[in-house]
Design a protein around this ligand. Structure first.
Ligand code: IMP
Ligand code: MG
Length: 189
C-alpha cells in the first residue's frame, strides 16, 4: 500500500475545481448537486463548501460493485428526492472506472428532464473505461490500480476515512492533473 495523492494536494485541487465551477455557473441562480453515495460524499461535500452560488444538495445511491471487480450491473438503492426538472444539475462521484455506473446514472437522471447535466469526478481511471462518459470536471487522472481513501472504500470497506488517496497494489504510470481543455473541451482556454 502506498500514498498516491496527499491530503494537501486533494484540497488544493478541489479549490481549483470549485473556481472552475463558480466561473462556469456564475449566471446560475441555483445549482442542483447530486452526490453519488457512498464514495462521492467526501469529495461532494468538500466541493460544495467552496461553491459560491446557492445549491440544492441531494444524493443518489446505486450499487454496481463487488470487491474490486466491476460487474457492469447497476441498480438503484435510493433515488434523489429533489425535483430537478428544467434545472442545472451537477453529478458528483468519487471515481469513474469502467464508466458503467456514471453512464447508468446519467441515463436515469435524464428521464427526469433536467435543464442541463454535468459531471464532476474526483478521480478518473481512463485505462479501465468500457462505457464512454463525458466528464466535465476531473480532480486527478489515476493509473490502473485499485485506490482507497477520501470516501473510497478499500479492502473490507474500512478505508474511506483516510484523508488521502492510497494505492492498493503495484502499478505503472503516475497521477496527473488533467488540463481544463482535456476534461472540458468547450471550456475557455
Ligand atoms: P465503474 O462503474 O466501473 O465506473 O465504477 C464505479 C464505482 O466503482 C465507483 O463509483 C466506485 O465506487 C467504485 N470503484 C471503482 N474503482 C475503484 C477503486 O479503485 N477503488 C474504490 N472504488 C472503486
Ligand atoms: Mg462510487
Amino acid at each position: 500500500m502506498q500514498e498516491l495523492i496527499p491530503e494537501a494536494a486533494i484540497q488544493r485541487r478541489i479549490e481549483e475545481l470549485a473556481d472552475d465551477i463558480n466561473r462556469d455557473y456564475a449566471d446560475v441562480g441555483l445549482l442542483y448537486l447530486v452526490i453519488v453515495l457512498r464514495g462521492g460524499c467526501f469529495f461532494g461535500i468538500d466541493l460544495a463548501k467552496r461553491l459560491k452560488m446557492p445549491v440544492r444538495l441531494d444524493y443518489i445511491r446505486v450499487t454496481s460493485y463487488s470487491g474490486d471487480m466491476s460487474t457492469g450491473v447497476v441498480s438503484l438503492v435510493s433515488d434523489i428526492k429533489t425535483d430537478i426538472r428544467d434545472h442545472p444539475v451537477l453529478v458528483i462521484d468519487d471515481i469513474v472506472d469502467t464508466g458503467f455506473t456514471m453512464g447508468w446514472i446519467l441515463q436515469f437522471l435524464a428521464l427526469k428532464r433536467p435543464g442541463s447535466v454535468r459531471v464532476a469526478a474526483f478521480l478518473d481511471k481512463p485505462s479501465r473505461r468500457e462505457y464512454d462518459v463525458r466528464l466535465d470536471y476531473v480532480g486527478f487522472v489515476v493509473p490502473n490500480v485499485f485506490v482507497a481513501g477520501y470516501g473510497l472504500d478499500g479492502l473490507d470497506d474500512t478505508m474511506a476515512n483516510i484523508p488521502r488517496i492510497m494505492a492498493l497494489g503495484e502499478f505503472e504510470g503516475e497521477v496527473r492533473v488533467p488540463t481544463r481543455q482535456e476534461s472540458f473541451p468547450s471550456a475557455p482556454a
